[in-house]
Design a protein around this ligand. Structure first.
Ligand SMILES: NC(=O)c1ccc[n+]([C@@H]2O[C@H](COP(=O)([O-])OP(=O)(O)OC[C@H]3O[C@@H](n4cnc5c(N)ncnc54)[C@H](O)[C@@H]3O)[C@@H](O)[C@H]2O)c1
Length: 371
């Protein structure tokens, strides 16, 4: 099974690009464009290089392409300018010209970094996202956000630069640790909580099979999640309104990542954020208690509950939310849920100022919820 569709981009050229969920990466003739490049550069991390990168390079060479591969040590701490420069210098040394096509093969770290290299190398060359983690398949490979971390914070330098295609081969997830699968599932659930009630109930019904890597169900879920994200990005590429719904759970999630000194996996931090932000929505009378309980229940099925929040100092946590990019004039603003599958919108606004007292109460309620 292969679900393919076109993503329309309002601003950049090319205006549309194919997203193939269920394609096989070794079937290169099925997804590689036939024109527009003479040189391929695979950018990946050292783990993915060994598992899939070298095989992909051989497939491409067998198909008659010039193909180089550059890799860097896996992990968030290498998503930095030093790695970017090292790869760019290697590409310059190899005389890769403007006829180069970059393949970003890996998780979100590789996708963000390789996408940013593509955005700036010789003022921009085309690239294809080939996500290999569930998080990258459902989230980071789509939407064109690229960038790197600095000493001052995560993702502070970057560009919005769309790939020319996304190729999601779910069979690559077989080697992904369960914790990383859950990490991606949380981002998919976030999309369903905000935009797609049916997607939520389908995922909810099949959580054990999804965690165990059922290929057909994963293709269905990834396609559904990606269609939601692509739709939101098409309507609001530069995050001036609707795109902020993708931030549900992220105000608290980012604060937790900071307080944990980035030792907490992004999806797990967002999961706690979802619980707290759903709780805020309930305290404010926007979300029913019944829907809140459903959200808490599905998260508990993934082993996530409010107890993880106990170890953080409440004041520090609330202080850390002040750095959120949605904050305005000192007010921290949140995406709030109206129901499972829809967000609260007032006068066209998708984000809402919430007082520290309410956030504090929501964190306490989340810790005390009996799940
Ligand atoms: N651009 C966006 O819109 C966006 C959205 C969300 C997250 N992100 C970024 O994504 C990054 C996180 O991405 P991630 O969760 O994919 O982490 P990651 O890229 O660090 O990958 C996680 C680990 O899994 C390994 N791995 C990757 N694929 C594998 C496979 N198939 N089998 C076995 N191991 C594999 C990697 O080597 C790495 O060690 C963060 O930097 C975050 O900022 C970007």
């Amino acid at each position: 099974m292969n679900h393919s569709f076109l993503m329309k981009m309002p601003i950049q050229s090319p205006r549309t690009y194919p997203i193939s969920v269920g394609a096989k990466i070794d079937d290169v003739n099925a997804w590689l464009p036939t024109t527009g490049f003479n040189q391929i550069v695979i950018i990946t991390d050292n783990t993915v290089k060994k598992r899939y990168g070298l095989d992909l390079q051989s497939c491409l060479k067998t198909a008659g392409h010039h193909c180089l591969l550059f890799s860097f040590p896996a992990g968030e701490k290498h998503k930095n300018n030093k790695t970017k420069q090292t790869i760019e210098n290697a590409m310059l040394l190899a005389r890769c010209g403007r006829d180069t096509l970059i393949l970003a093969l890996g998780g979100g770290v590789v996708g963000d970094l390789a996408g940013f290299i593509a955005a700036t190398y010789l003022r921009g060359v085309p690239y294809i996202q080939i996500p290999t983690t569930l998080l990258a398949m459902v989230d980071s490979s789509v939407g064109g956000k690229t960038g790197l971390n600095t000493d001052y914070g995560k993702n502070l330098i970057g560009a919005i630069y769309q790939p020319i295609a996304v190729v999601a081969d779910v069979t690559l997830l077989k080697s992904l640790p369960k914790k990383q699968i859950i990490n991606g599932l949380i981002e998919a659930l976030k999309l369903f909580f905000t935009c797609d009630a049916k997607g939520f109930y389908d995922a909810h019904l099949h959580l054990p099979q999804l965690i165990n890597g059922d290929e057909t169900l994963l293709i269905e879920m990834v396609s559904r999640a990606v269609k939601i994200k692509a739709g939101v990005v098409e309507r609001d590429e530069k995050e001036q309104g609707e795109r902020s719904v993708l931030n549900f759970g992220h105000t608290i999630g980012h604060a937790l990542e900071k307080c944990s000194d980035y030792t907490l996996l992004h999806g797990y931090a967002v999961a706690s954020g979802i619980l707290v932000e759903a709780n805020i929505s309930s305290i404010l009378g926007i979300l029913t208690r019944e829907s809140l309980l459903k959200i808490q229940y599905v998260m508990s099925q993934l082993g996530i509950n409010g107890k993880a929040l106990k170890k953080y100092d409440l004041t520090h946590l609330i202080e850390a939310t002040k750095n959120d990019k949605k904050a305005c004039s000192g007010n921290v603003r949140y995406v709030l849920l109206k129901d499972i599958g829809s967000v609260h919108i007032t006068n066209g606004n998708y984000i809402h100022a919430v007082t520290d007292n309410i956030v504090r109460q929501a964190i306490k309620n989340t810790i005390e919820a009996n799940l």
